[in-house]
Design a binder for this molecule. Structure first.
Ligand code: ADP
Ligand code: MG
Length: 347
């Protein structure tokens, strides 16, 4: 009898223990607030926060958007008073002093250039301008024009001075374009701000580049991220079909590809991603999705692999720690190629 009673006591104790564990670990911070889509950095951004209470969640969403706006103010080349526009105006005349954030992105950009053998290159500006003016004229750039622009491109022509936090151009007419990395950086800064505000989990999405951390919304073990199929993708937001759904926890994902953003010249599509070596649009891959631990890496590497192509690009990702790739070749094959560890992220 006594034995039975003590068994019951033990069972009740265990049930209580499980309940306490559930309440303190699993159900902790499960109020979810969704910002909905807002226009920032020339695209749509959305932040979802999970926190102990809705106040905390809302505050962290506000902090995330404040960080994103800050990055845009500093790094947009569309804003004439941004630091990047200042460098583009004066960078050849003088060493331009920049904020810590801008300097960090420039330093990281050069790191990615070195890692990718120059496939990722933020000095791509003159070639981007050439593509834009070709679009306006309705005529592809000539070999001569391309050769001229290429003289003003090359990350080794960008001079960074860490001590004085300055940037200088070695060649007149150089132009920086952070379109392939600024969103990733902004996402990482937003995540950092949300963690500081006490969010227990979050997802930050800027134009389809996403990072999530911590507790996913109630009833789920992971954050679920849809990847669009370039084969059937429409140009309108959210109308394309999904290629796959990724399960993520504490990871980032970015997709680059000619299928969504391109220019039409004389009826032909040209990707907005440029192979600075050849001076023309990258065309081998329709889409590259990179999964990595932070968004700046995912963003820059997705752009780089688009340039490098499947063989060289995927080989690089294969040997990069905690990083996976899913790529789709261009028309007509639309061949799907993944790195060996990508499978564990797919649903
Ligand atoms: P998206 O802007 O669609 O997310 P990406 O992250 O790949 O795509 O960024 C593409 C942008 O990066 C281009 O619009 C251009 O501004 C810039 N870019 C183009 N070619 C390169 C390159 N080789 N290296 C770095 N940035 C590039
Ligand atoms: Mg990118």
């Amino acid at each position: 009898m006594n034995k039975r009673r003590s068994r019951i006591v033990i069972i009740i104790f265990l049930v209580c223990l499980v309940a306490v564990f559930y309440l303190s670990v699993v159900a902790r911070g499960r109020v979810k607030v969704d910002s909905g889509y807002r226009v920032v950095m020339g695209t749509f951004a959305r932040v979802v926060a999970v926190a102990k209470n809705s106040n905390k969640a809302r505050n962290s969403i506000q902090a995330a958007f404040a960080e994103i706006e800050k990055v845009d103010e500093l790094m947009s080349d569309y804003k004439s008073d941004s630091e990047i526009s200042q460098i583009n105006r004066d960078g050849f005349k003088r060493a331009v002093e920049v904020s810590e954030s801008t300097y960090e992105v420039l330093r990281k950009s050069i790191e990615f250039s070195k890692l990718t053998g120059g496939a990722f290159d933020i000095t791509v500006g003159p070639l981007v301008d050439l593509l834009r003016s070709a679009e306006k004229k309705g005529l592809a750039a000539s070999e001569e024009e391309t050769a001229q622009a290429k003289l003003k491109v090359g990350f080794e022509k960008l001079q960074l001075d860490g001590e004085n936090r300055t940037v200088k151009f070695a060649v007149d007419g150089m132009r920086l374009d952070l379109g392939g990395i600024a969103k990733g950086y902004a996402i990482d800064k937003a995540v950092e701000a949300m963690q500081k505000c006490g969010a227990s989990g979050a997802m930050v999405d800027i134009g389809g580049d996403i990072r999530c951390f911590g507790t996913p919304p109630k009833g789920r073990d992971h954050w679920l991220i849809g990847v669009q199929d370039p084969n059937v993708a429409d140009d309108d937001i959210g109308t394309g079909q999904l290629l796959s759904t990724l399960k993520l926890t504490n990871a980032a994902v970015a997709t680059s590809g000619g299928y969504r953003r391109f220019v039409l010249i004389d009826g032909k599509k040209y990707s907005h991603i440029i192979d600075t070596n050849r001076g023309s649009s990258a065309s081998e891959l329709a889409s590259v999705t990179i999964i990595s631990k932070d968004a700046i890496s995912a963003d820059a590497l997705a752009t780089a692999v688009s340039v490098m192509g499947s063989e060289r690009g995927l080989a690089l990702i294969e040997k990069t720690l905690e990083t996976e790739a899913v790529s789709i070749s261009s028309k007509p094959e639309f061949k799907l190629i993944k790195t060996s560890g990508a499978e564990r992220y797919t649903k």
